[in-house]
Design a protein around this ligand. Structure first.
Ligand SMILES: [Zn+2]
Length: 417
């Protein structure tokens, strides 16, 4: 259950720390309000934020120097938002202010960062602005536990210590698998939140104003959400969902604003390719669709995936197989050129021509002939799966050793550049 008093205390502690280094914070997140010339600082003490996830956010503080005589504005926005919300708040004689925001009508995404500050124009005509304070809008309805290795933290509330360790292992193995495809930044913090059931996760996303589709990643936040119940299938689910969603986060870090320019089949294909446990139903879905001539065209999978579950499943199966085919044919360098092309703004069809010398429609045909005509690669991938699974189970410690080594090498490389 949600313990609001404990949470408020925690936030206060965090805010006090943050409040000590407003300059660093401004540099880190670019959240500082722009500074007009006639602007002076407004001193704020005892700032607190009490979050009741999906319901309310209550801001409270004491304004010290100067104390605005009647009212002050509280300004706040998500760190990635362009629009700042502005509300007028009454000021008590002692400078105290309190404002409750209705988070059930105006959403912030779960686990996103929110920045707020105060501003007042006084009788002297000067505008006084406080230092910005940042906090995380966490889903605090669950008793989260956490465990970290390197740049990854997993959070869960059902399951024992071994559950958390297994999730960390799946995340680490996913990072290494991803690194085989595209070198990834291992300094990027990734937070994986594991709900124990789909309804909990769905509820969280709805309260955050987002829709649900299987696992979920907020790549720009470095946040991954998954629904995995403790129990016997947990290992397989972890090895599918966690690497997939982490790959979205890492791709976003690698591509930045070019992430949004990539075709859906390419992003989902890479993420599905990095899954550690090949989905045995994908091969079957491809076989059936191929025989009944109901395969989807990749041109139609550029902007988005189909909404209905059946075709969406087929879209994942196709994308995983298609991107594996491209990687087998053109190597990782080919995949990198493809992402560069789409990042440069090439159309879905011509991006492939520019990067690989073959338009998308022709690649599609070749894939149908080579992969679906013979099904050689599918068989090879399936034969490999027990080995990969075993590796991930046994090599949890070597995984993190390897990641540490990679990080050290990267750092040394950066220093010597
Ligand atoms: Zn995905």
């Amino acid at each position: 259950m949600f313990n609001s008093r404990k949470f408020v205390f925690k936030v206060v502690a965090i805010l006090l720390v943050l409040g000590l280094s407003p300059l660093g914070m401004q540099q880190a997140n670019g959240a500082a309000p722009s500074a007009p010339q006639r602007q002076s600082s407004l001193l704020v003490e005892n700032a607190t934020v009490a979050v009741e996830f999906g319901k309310t956010i209550t801001f409270a503080a004491t304004l010290k120097d100067p104390i605005p005589n009647k009212q002050v504005s509280i300004l706040f926005r998500g760190l990635d938002e362009k629009i700042t919300r502005v509300e007028t708040v009454a000021v008590g004689d002692d400078g105290s202010v309190k404002y409750t925001y209705d988070a059930s009508q105006n959403f912030f995404p779960p686990f996103s960062w929110v920045v707020f500050w105060f501003q007042a124009t006084l009788a002297d005509g000067q505008t006084y602005t406080s230092s910005p304070i940042t906090f995380q809008y966490n889903d605090n309805r669950f008793p989260w536990r956490e465990a970290s290795r390197a740049n990854v933290t997993v959070h869960w509330y059902a399951g024992d210590d071994a559950f958390g360790t297994a999730a960390l292992g799946a995340a680490g193995a996913g990072l290494l698998a991803m690194n085989e495809v595209i070198p990834v930044s291992l300094d990027t913090a990734i937070n994986v939140y594991i709900y124990s059931n789909v309804d909990d996760l769905k509820g969280t996303l709805e309260l955050g104003g987002e829709s649900w589709a299987g696992g979920h990643a907020n790549p720009e936040l470095g946040v991954v959400l998954a629904a995995i119940a403790p129990g016997s299938p947990q290992q397989i689910e972890m090895e599918i969902e966690i690497p997939h969603e982490i790959t979205h986060v890492m791709l976003y870090k690698a591509l930045g604003e070019n992430y949004a320019k990539q075709p859906a089949w390419l992003l989902e294909g890479i993420a599905s390719m990095v899954e550690l446990y090949p989905n045995p139903d994908y091969a079957r879905a491809l076989e059936i669709a191929s025989e009944s001539e109901s395969l989807l065209s990749f041109e139609d999978l550029c902007a988005s995936f189909p909404a209905d579950a059946g075709n969406a499943f087929l879209a994942y199966a196709q994308s995983q197989s298609f991107v594996s085919f491209i990687r087998n044919t053109y190597g990782n360098a080919g995949l990198a050129r493809l992402m560069d092309s789409y990042g440069d703004g090439f159309s879905c069809e011509l991006g492939a021509t520019n990067a690989l010398g073959t338009p998308l429609s022709q690649l599609d045909t070749r894939w149908r002939e080579t992969v679906l005509g013979q099904n050689v690669l599918g068989v090879a991938a399936r034969n490999l799966s027990p080995f990969i699974l075993l590796m991930a189970l046994v090599l949890v410690v070597p995984i993190w050793g390897a990641i540490d080594l990679l990080r050290q090498r990267r750092k040394r490389g950066q220093q010597s550049e």
